[in-house]
Design a protein around this ligand. Structure first.
Ligand code: 9UX
Length: 66
């Protein structure tokens, strides 16, 4: 499992948007987003740039990928 910090989420619709955006990144699966933690977890491989871009383009703030 991998994680990426997601800033700027304030409600469950934000969570749904981030979940959808990350799920559509080729190579990622089993995306789960925590509003409380400001964190998304996922399986699979994609470039850090692809992950961060997917978050940024829908208006949220990507942080550290681990
Ligand atoms: Mo909820 Mo998120 O109305 O940007 S969708 S705060």
């Amino acid at each position: 499992m991998k994680t990426v910090e997601v800033g700027g989420m304030h409600c469950p619709k934000c969570v749904a948007s981030v979940t959808k955006a990350l799920s559509e990144v080729p190579g990622l699966s089993n995306v789960s987003v925590s509003l409380e933690k400001g964190l998304a977890t996922f399986e699979g491989d994609a470039s850090e740039d692809a992950i961060k871009t997917a978050i940024d383009r829908i208006g949220f703030v990507p942080g550290q990928v681990k």
